[in-house]
Structures are given as C-alpha cells and as structure tokens.
Design a binder for this molecule. Structure first.
Ligand SMILES: *Cc1c(COP(=O)(O)O)cnc(C)c1O
Length: 451
C-alpha cells in the first residue's frame, strides 16, 4: 500500500503547542520551551522511561468522568454513565472509573478479567459483544455482573440456559439496531441496518424476539440498548435513535404489557483530534439525549426509564498522548518529508485503519511555531505505517521528542507486537508525579507463551 499523494500546497499553521486548543489534555502547559502534562516535563519523562511511551493525564480523565455524571444527573436524576473500557483499559484505569462512580462496559472475558483484578464492583459491570462464548457468559454470570447485553436470539437461549444451570435470574438488555445512520467513518458506524451487532428492526425481528425474551426462563428483560457508532459530531443522530428506541418501548408496553425500565443509548460522542475539529460538548450531548428521552417518552406514553450512556473515546482520548523519539529524517523533494519515530502502527493503528488525524508537536520545542508539514511514519515494515499524515510540526532534528495528542482512546487497546515490537509502558501523570501503571513489555514478555 502506498500513501495518498501529499498535498504540496498545504501550508504549516505556525501554531505553537498552546494554540492547539481542544486537542490538548487539561493540564498541558509549556515551561522553558518544554511540554508539561500533569506538572511533569514530557522531555524528561521520555528520557527516563524511554519511548514510545503512552502518557495519561489523570486530572483530565477524572474531570471528564465527573463532567459526564454531572451533565446527566443534573438533567435526569435516574441516570448512569458507563465507561466503555475497550477505549482504554488497565487495572489503574478500572480503579479510577470505580472511584469516580461510573459503571463499566466489558466486551468478553479479557476485559472482565481486568475489572475483577482491579476489584471493580461486579453489579456495575455491563457485558457486551456480538459473540460472547458460552464460557465467557458463564464467567460473567458467576462473577455476578449487573447486566448482560444480549446481542442475538442464539445468545438469548444461551444466557437462559447458563443462568438456569447456575440457578440465577440474570438481568439482561437487548441490543437493538435502530437503523440510524450516524455521521461518521463507515467502519465505526454500528447502528445502521447492515451490521453484525444487535437485533435488527427489519421485518419486525427485534420486536418478535422481545416476546422470546419475556417468555424464556431465568432472564429478566430490564432494558434496551443501542449504540449507533463512534466519533459522532452530529447530535441529531442521537435524537433519531432515541425516537426509534422509545417507539419500540411503547409497542412492547402496548402489545406485550411489559414496561422496559432501562434505556441505554450507547456511546459515540466525538472528540477533537485536530485543532480545527469542533465536536459537541458533554453538556450538549447530555442535553440532546435527555431532552429526546423526555420528549419521546411523553409523546409515546412511556414511563421515564433509567437512562444510561456508554462513552469511551470522549472520556479518555484527550487525556492521552504518545511520546516518540525522532530517529530518521528523509526529505523526498516535491513528494513528502518523512520523520521516522520509534513506534508506529504497533502502538497506534488508527491512522492506518481509519485515516485518523492527530496533532503532533516537538515536546522540546513546544513554544516554537510549527513551520513545516511532515509525515510521522513508524518503524514497521509497511508503507501504510503512519502515525500522522501531512500535518504541521516544528522543525525536526534527530533525537527530538515528539508528542502526538489525542491518543488516549483505541491506541493502547489496539496495540500489537508487529515486527516483534514490545508494547509501550503507560504512565499516569498528576500533580508533578509520574507513575508507571503498566510497564513496558520486554522481549521475554512477548515470547513468554512460546513453547
Ligand atoms: C465502542 C462502544 C462504546 C463506546 O464508544 P465511543 O465511541 O468510544 O464512545 C459504547 N458502547 C458500545 C456497545 C460500544 O461497542
């Protein structure tokens, strides 16, 4: 694969770090031309810990968790915020989520294992996935998870059978595909009709399966769930999805005499990856969702449910940044300027996978204007191994420390050992202190399972 031709007319923006606005983590600042996050010098940290390195601004994460809870509870008391752990998970992240009073989404046994190891309260765990194995379902039910989000008719029967064997009654949600086209990249769009997720509304299938769920033993259908996609900027998609869900709730009430007590509207709120992105705020998202729930419940005569939402990206993306060291510089005249860093698609596959964009700065030149347009490529044997395509950067020199902002979501959790690359450490920074919460992988780690 080769890269799309560089737009040679693109001009550098001459911005300095602090002019990048919404992509910066909450505590970002510049002192003596160095980038600081959480009161910690990113250049010193890179030298101490080595690169590539994931850094999380703990104050940013916690502030967004508090903001979410406040935005929903002040508008709608009977609400909960569920953190979608696939965006970023390690044990310390689970502990922080628990401390901040959020619930936790896990998808499958691995994320459940993190939650258990971190002592996360199991009644606040929601289990997702379009193909949870019978073993994963059993584990989750034995652990006492709060809700299982059932994704198919086959799974409904499986949950019922396993719950019966365990002698329990399992609270479930049914995941519905509401047929709403969210305004986002097609690979992260999940609510439209051609989707592997959930019960389709086509041919009345979802409605008919609700009857099965109400009849089957050992499960209690307490809620409906939908998740229409990710990195969504246009809030009207959420309004449309609420309408479709409440309409279904009304029909279930009318025709089956069953009141759906809980409504989970999923995640998907977008974040700023570039300085020019203008996503909706957490407050605007809450306002839109809550207003839609009130409006449509009133219109369709449905009692107000417990409302849950499941943000992932919008809780952690901007808290994270990745630090790299510049190793090689290559200028191809009239083609592109390559800055090669000591990581790449092994620690951030989003650029290769979704054409993601990021804002980079040189952490040891943080106050200087970004006067060049460069491509930050990785060290892997793939031409498509790019972290940042054609974006402004300060003039680079060998040994510079590059910081790429907005990498807190879907980077570590999608990381790989491609080319035998050990995965980076994760460092949380706060109040001038840096603590390693996941250590860097060693070569022994990556071979530990080989026999
Ligand atoms: C991925 C996912 C989320 C979180 O999505 P974000 O776009 O990161 O907010 C929430 N719910 C479900 C079911 C998901 O699959």
């Amino acid at each position: 694969m080769s890269l799309p031709a560089s737009d040679l007319s693109k001009q550098p923006d001459n911005r300095t770090t602090m002019e990048l606005g919404a992509v910066l983590p909450l505590t970002a600042e510049v002192r003596d031309n160095h980038l600081f996050v959480g009161g910690v010098d990113m250049v010193e940290l890179a030298h101490e810990q080595g690169t590539a390195l994931y850094v999380m601004d703990e104050a940013d994460m916690r502030a967004r968790m508090k903001a979410y809870i406040k935005a929903f509870r002040t508008r709608y008391a009977n609400s909960d915020v569920i953190y979608a752990s696939k965006a970023f998970i390690n044990k310390e992240a689970c502990r922080i989520v628990a401390q901040e009073g959020l619930c936790l989404d896990v998808s499958g046994g691995g994320e459940l294992a993190y939650a258990r190891a971190a002592g996360f309260p199991m009644e606040r765990v929601f289990v997702h996935g379009n193909n949870k194995t019978p073993a994963e379902l059993r584990e989750a039910m034995e652990a006492g998870v709060g809700r299982i989000v059932v994704d198919s008719r086959i799974e409904l029967a499986r949950v019922s059978q396993i719950a019966g064997e365990l002698g329990i009654e399992q609270d479930i949600y049914m995941r519905i595909t509401p047929g709403v086209e969210a305004d986002t990249h097609e690979y992260i769009r999940t609510g439209c009709e051609d989707s592997k997720f959930g019960f389709t509304m086509l041919g009345d299938f979802a409605f008919k399966c609700v009857a099965d769920a109400l009849e089957i033993s050992n499960v209690r259908l307490v809620g409906l769930h939908c998740h229409i996609g990710s990195q969504i900027f246009a809030l009207h998609s959420f309004d449309e999805a609420v309408q479709a869900m409440v309409e279904l709730m009304a029909r279930i009430q009318r025709e089956y005499g069953h009141v759906i007590e809980e409504l989970d509207m999923g995640g998907g709120l977008g974040v700023a990856y570039t300085a020019d992105d203008k996503p909706s705020s957490i407050d605007e998202f809450a306002e839109c969702t809550v207003a839609a729930v009130r409006k449509y419940c009133d219109e369709y005569g449905v009692p107000l449910p417990r409302l849950t939402v499941e943000p992932g990206r919008s809780l952690v993306a901007t808290a994270g940044l990745t630090l790299y060291t510049v190793g090689i510089l290559k200028t191809l005249p009239n083609i592109r300027k390559y800055v090669a860093v000591d990581g790449g698609l092994s620690d951030n596959v989003r650029t290769a996978l979704y054409d993601a964009q990021y804002e980079p700065v040189i952490a040891n030149k943080a106050n200087q204007p970004r006067t060049e347009i460069v491509t930050l490529c990785g060290k892997h044997c793939e031409s498509g191994d790019v972290v940042v395509l054609d974006m402004p950067l300060q003039h680079p020199d060998l040994g510079d420390i590059v910081a790429v902002f907005g990498t807190g979501a879907y980077c570590y959790t999608m990381a790989s050992n491609y080319n035998g690359q050990p995965r980076p450490a994760i460092v949380f920074v706060k109040d001038g202190e840096a603590r390693v919460t996941t250590r860097r992988e060693t070569y022994d780690d990556i071979m530990a399972r080989d026999v």
